[in-house]
Ligand binder design. Structure first.
Ligand code: ADP
Ligand code: MG
Length: 343
């Protein structure tokens, strides 16, 4: 007798959801990434009750056509890559074609969208994947709105792990902070329980960028930061690093982006720590917001489903470049430089 059975698509999606959907903030991350990949100029986020009751992300990006709407909710369905070559040089934030399938298997999801070519918008709705997707006409400007309600309503074991509204909202805010730091050319609005919590216009100039950093990371950080901008063959590193006098007791103000994607990487962390070694006490942590731009083909982002980790083809080169750039910038700081923001 055969004992091996194929999992139902719903169960397969719920299992996959375990990897990417841990809490409301993980849903927000995936939805905002999709909006950014669609070229949105502005992203509007509404959350209720720490995101457990509602997460709504509205964008003015390219939109999804009527034919593609049900496909967008299918597993392993993506418009972003079609081949291994594409994957190896992927420039978009998404490419696994799993997020919407996973999220819709553990929530009540509605996806409304309209493309430039379409006269009217369309909407698909699914509830924990218990039924086929319902498609209906809808009103919506060009762009997309994804509404995720009652997260984990059908997976009580996961729901139990959710924290208080305040804690979950803290994670949502941190998620949006990362996205907004990663994309200065996009505007963001965040509302919690109908109150505007964060409102950021696109930040094209250096001054606009520093204002946004001030709004997201605190004015004190930007007032005490050294501007970084360096290039080497195929690499560019730019951003802001805090003066050693603005060190922190926790590693809570450290943002490192590789091609717009926020990452945590041991090699990068080591390079930064080394650069600060002579100027920071042992138990203190540097603060920084840094952007590394590299040829996408020289970095592998397909290391983990959440894509928080990357692998550099030439890790040594990247490490040395970061170390040298920061070390020099910190050594060049003149004693009165830190007064920059005070004057
Ligand atoms: P991935 O982002 O890895 O492709 P997702 O499950 O997140 O997978 O999304 C599936 C597909 O749905 C995307 O490839 C894209 O074509 C479409 N899509 C999702 N969200 C949006 C959006 N906000 N705007 C335009 N298209 C979207
Ligand atoms: Mg995606």
């Amino acid at each position: 007798m055969s004992v091996i059975k194929l999992l139902s698509p719903r169960l397969a999606n719920q299992i996959a959801a375990g990897e990417v959907v841990e809490r409301p903030a993980s849903v927000l991350k995936e939805l905002v990434e999709n909006a950014l990949d669609a070229g949105a100029g502005h992203i509007d986020v509404d959350v209720e009750q720490g995101g457990v009751k509602l997460i709504r992300v509205r964008d003015n990006g390219s939109g999804i056509s009527k034919e593609d709407l049900p496909l967008a909710l299918s597993r392993h369905a993506t418009s972003k890559i079609a081949s291994l070559e594409d994957l190896e040089a992927v420039g978009s934030l998404g490419f696994r074609g799993e997020a919407l399938a996973s999220i819709s298997s553990v929530s009540r999801l509605a996806l409304t969208s309209r493309t430039e070519e379409q006269e009217a918008a369309n909407k698909v709705e699914v509830e924990g994947r218990d039924m086929d997707a319902r498609l209906s006409p809808a009103a919506h400007p060009v762009g997309t709105t994804v509404e995720v309600r009652d997260l984990f309503f059908n997976t009580p074991a996961r729901r139990k792990f959710l924290r208080t509204e305040k804690t979950e909202f803290g994670h949502l805010e941190e998620c949006l902070r990362r996205q907004a730091l990663g994309r200065f050319d996009t505007g963001f609005t965040l509302r919690h329980n109908q109150k505007v919590v964060q409102s950021l216009r696109p930040a094209p100039t250096q001054l606009d960028k520093e204002r946004r950093i001030g709004a997201l990371c605190g004015q004190k950080f930007i007032d005490n930061a050294v501007v970084i901008d360096a290039e080497a063959t195929g690499l560019r590193l730019w951003g802001w690093v805090a003066l050693p006098t603005f060190s922190r007791s926790q590693a809570d103000l450290q943002y490192f982006f590789v091609n717009h994607r926020v990452i945590r990487d041991r090699l990068v962390a080591h390079a930064v720590r080394q650069a600060y070694r002579d100027v920071l006490y042992n138990n203190r942590h540097p603060a920084f917001v840094l952007y590394l731009e590299v040829d996408p083909a020289t970095v592998d982002v397909n290391v983990h489903p959440t894509k928080h980790e990357v692998r550099f083809r030439d890790g040594r080169l990247v490490h040395d470049f970061i170390f040298r750039t920061l070390h020099k910038a910190l050594a060049d700081v003149r004693p009165d430089d830190h007064l920059r923001g005070v004057m």
